[in-house]
Design a protein around this ligand. Structure first.
Ligand SMILES: [Zn+2]
Ligand SMILES: [Zn+2]
Length: 338
């Protein structure tokens, strides 16, 4: 099969590779589309640790091509998406409801072969059927949407809250829709790229701020004098992660959602955090949210039709790294024909 393989920082090759075989309890999936994630860009830059060489990509949908031994409940031809994080089911986290924090987790595109390829083999416990109403492209958003759902679960938004989202890439746009549906009265999005602000306004934002020309703190305080109940940092930007603390109200919550370079440090004033009772949360992967993400997309509670800016065939995969983060770029989608 053809696959995009990460060998190390700056080194991804589209090459031929042996087709995977489904083991016991696994299915072989013919991949039809795979979204490009900030994590993929971080892997390429060397900002995120990986077990190389590894097939990159983890936000995908496809159809079952082969059933491994001992698998019930799925048939060849079923249309599916996948939670790409394979867990051990045995460690103390897995046994206490925190499977996303599994000590032996193996994530597609990072530790095990991913989905910018024609095929992948996955344990059936990670596989979710998708309804005919969802295209493969739409269903490829299930993984990032599951992560957004988890972040919103953690944030504990209340009806009528004022929520600020910093960064309106693919994730910020998904978070905005989840936040709106969780009952927030104001959903304010700060984003320097015009295209992304426009999309955010289509996707649940009540107000947008351009931090290139406006002061996010001053703009926020025109809307809510005391600051936001919840602030999501969805850009993975160190400056924004630090400044988010002063944008939350006293007793407010800051969710660090964006992926940072692994060695990055930022300065935080503990006195300020203590005095203002700021709650700082990390949000990682997703906790039993993939099934809910499928439902949100199937019921059209979350739209993704306006998020894909470019579609590329797998053979052109390397182009994604020069396009990622550009001002005309939102979600990049790799289409896989075989
Ligand atoms: Zn992702
Ligand atoms: Zn585990």
């Amino acid at each position: 099969m053809k696959a995009a393989v990460l060998y190390g920082p700056g080194d991804v090759r589209v090459e031929d590779k042996a087709d995977p075989k489904p083991g016991r309890g696994e299915v072989l999936i013919r991949i039809r589309s795979c979204g490009v994630c900030g994590t993929d860009a971080a892997l390429f830059k060397g900002d995120y640790p990986a077990a190389t060489p590894v097939v990159i990509g983890h936000e995908f949908a496809g159809e079952i091509a082969e059933i491994g031994a001992g698998v019930d409940g799925f048939r060849v031809g079923d249309r599916v998406t996948v939670d790409p994080n394979v867990i051990c089911h045995e460690c103390e986290y897995c046994r206490s409801g925190y499977e996303h924090l599994c000590e032996r987790a193996s994530s597609m595109g990072v530790h095990r072969d991913g989905a910018d390829a024609e095929y992948c083999a996955m344990p059936v416990s990670n596989v979710y059927a998708i309804p005919p109403s969802l295209s493969f492209e739409e269903a490829s958003f299930c993984e990032p949407l599951a992560c957004a759902v988890h972040g919103v679960d953690l944030a504990g938004i209340k009806l009528g809250d004022t929520v600020l989202i910093v960064g309106a890439g693919g994730m910020g746009n998904l978070i905005a829709q989840c936040v709106r549906d969780s009952g927030a009265a104001r959903v304010i999005v700060s984003e320097p790229i015009a295209l992304r602000r426009e999309r955010a306004l289509e996707n649940g934002a009540t107000d947008v701020i351009d931090p290139g020309v406006q002061d996010p703190g001053a703009e926020l305080r025109k809307i809510r004098r005391i600051g936001a109940d919840v602030v999501f940092e969805a850009a993975g930007n160190s400056g924004a992660q630090a400044s988010c603390l002063s944008l939350a109200r006293k007793g407010g919550t800051v969710v660090w959602f964006g992926v940072s370079p692994q060695d990055r440090l930022i300065e935080v004033n503990p006195f300020y955090v203590n005095e203002n009772e700021i709650r700082i949360l990390g949000s990682y992967n997703n906790q039993f949210a993939t099934g809910r993400a499928v439902k949100l997309l199937a019921e059209k509670r979350v739209r993704v039709d306006n998020l894909v800016s470019h579609r590329l065939p797998l053979s052109d995969y390397l182009k994604v790294f020069s396009m990622f983060g550009g001002k005309d770029t939102l979600k990049l989608m790799v289409t896989i024909e075989s």
